[in-house]
Design a protein around this ligand. Structure first.
Ligand code: NIG
Ligand code: FE
Length: 416
């Protein structure tokens, strides 16, 4: 099917070249005013200014959409989520209001272990249904590509259950989905004093099955004081790499303990969180190929200092933005809020935030050939806004849902 979209007020992030944006490059967001977009069989076939339409599309297709007054953007690329989980943890939310810290809640068997208990008790079907609803919800909010992690199973059986759910989501959804094995999210209680025992389980029991059933694209480790050390992360990642899984890692959320240096040595695709950063950490990311993924809604929800986006950009780093959607530190997958918070709290320009949540997010989960920008040959996964006066109005008007429609593979889906 051929679809022509005409009179688009502004077509956002139009790119002929697919490049990861670093430092100053993030501030440049190519847009076309009064634009058209041609879609063939779900793929972007052409685009340009309305005055070029007659030359570029001499024969107008029957299916025509008038987008007068609307901005059209590539769908958000959310490169870090944990959307496969069971239940919720609002009791801990109240505990935090009453003064307990994230680390204190975790030490009392709350946090990840609480979600792990709930996940172990849930059937695969139940888990799939809950996750499917979350996937639909974020799609309505404009997300078209998403990375999903395991990590609430913490046993071979339950980690595999999570990864099989992610595989089913991949097969059932028209969203682009990448899967990450995060068996090393925390040590289960029975291995609290036997770290090597759990690491052996990950390496000898989980990874071979994951590789055999092709259940993951990446390997992740939560590298923090009280969780996995940089040396433990290195051991686990090297085993993952031997099965073809590239590292995408949780580092520097609570402490700076050398995780970034080790992650870069391991050629990690991305290092994610980055709330607590030394000058050396910033310099190391900036001079590496590894993408720094910032998760501002996690900092917001945990009342932590925001990630040093400006320092990273000024140092020349490639940064992406993601939601970290999970029941403990970011019970929201709303990328519009992520973009708004990045502007409001981290002083990113709207152009920088939109680039970091689209093209750089696509690079952070290696889907840049099919998503992240308006480019010929990429999927027509698009956000149509309600009438807005300017691009900056989108993060400025942070509490309002400005999405009119979402298009996946050239077909409207999330009609609000
Ligand atoms: O990315 N910090 C580690 N993992 C999650 C939170 C996990 C949880 O609290 O359930 C995160 O913030
Ligand atoms: Fe996370």
């Amino acid at each position: 099917m051929t679809t022509l979209i005409t009179h688009i007020k502004q077509l956002v992030n139009t790119r002929e070249q697919n490049i990861l944006l670093r430092g100053k490059e993030l501030a440049s967001l190519p847009c076309i005013e009064d634009a058209f977009l041609l879609i063939e069989d779900g793929i972007i076939a052409d685009y340009g200014n309305m005055y070029e339409l007659e030359i570029k599309v001499p024969e107008l297709p029957k299916h025509n959409i008038d987008a007068s007054g609307q901005f059209v953007l590539p769908c958000w690329c959310d490169s870090h989520t944990h959307i496969v989980f069971a239940g919720s943890r609002e009791n801990e939310f109240v505990d935090k209001i009453n003064g307990l810290s994230y680390a204190e809640i975790a030490a009392r068997g709350g946090g990840i272990l609480n979600s792990s208990q709930k996940l172990n008790a849930a059937s695969e079907e139940q888990l799939f249904n809950e996750s499917w609803q979350r996937l639909k919800e974020i799609n309505k909010l404009g997300t078209g590509a998403v990375e999903i992690k395991s990590g609430y199973g913490l046993s071979a059986e339950a980690e595999l259950k999570m990864l099989r759910v992610i595989k089913r989501l991949k097969e059932s959804s028209d969203m682009i989905i990448k899967s990450t094995f995060l068996g090393a999210h925390t040590f289960p209680s029975i291995f609290k004093e036997d770290h090597q025992g759990y690491i052996d389980l990950i390496i000898n029991e989980m990874l071979p099955v994951i590789a055999n059933e092709n259940l993951a694209d990446y390997i992740d480790v939560f590298c923090e004081t009280g969780f996995f050390s940089p040396a433990e992360m290195e051991t686990i990642c090297k085993a993952g790499i031997s099965y073809g899984l590239k590292p995408k890692l949780h580092v520097n959320q609570l402490n700076s303990i050398g995780g970034i240096e080790t992650a870069i040595k391991l050629d990690a695709v991305s290092v994610d969180h980055l709330e607590v950063m030394t000058d050396k950490d910033i310099a190391d990311i900036s001079s590496s190929k590894t993408i720094g993924t910032l998760l501002p809604t996690a900092a917001f929800f945990l009342r932590m200092a925001y990630q040093p986006a400006r320092k990273l950009i000024d140092a020349g780093a490639a940064i992406a933005l993601a939601s970290d959607f999970n029941p403990g530190s970011s019970p929201s997958g709303n990328m519009n809020l992520v973009v708004a918070l990045s502007c409001i709290q981290m002083k990113m320009l709207p152009e920088e935030a939109i680039n970091a949540a689209t093209i750089n997010g696509a690079f952070a989960m290696e889907v840049e050939k099919e998503a992240g920008s308006i480019s010929i040959g990429k999927k027509a996964n698009l956000v149509f806004t309600k009438p807005v006066p300017s691009l900056a109005y989108i993060p400025y008007s942070f509490g309002t849902n400005l999405i009119d429609k979402v298009m996946m593979n050239g077909i409207f889906t999330g009609i609000n």
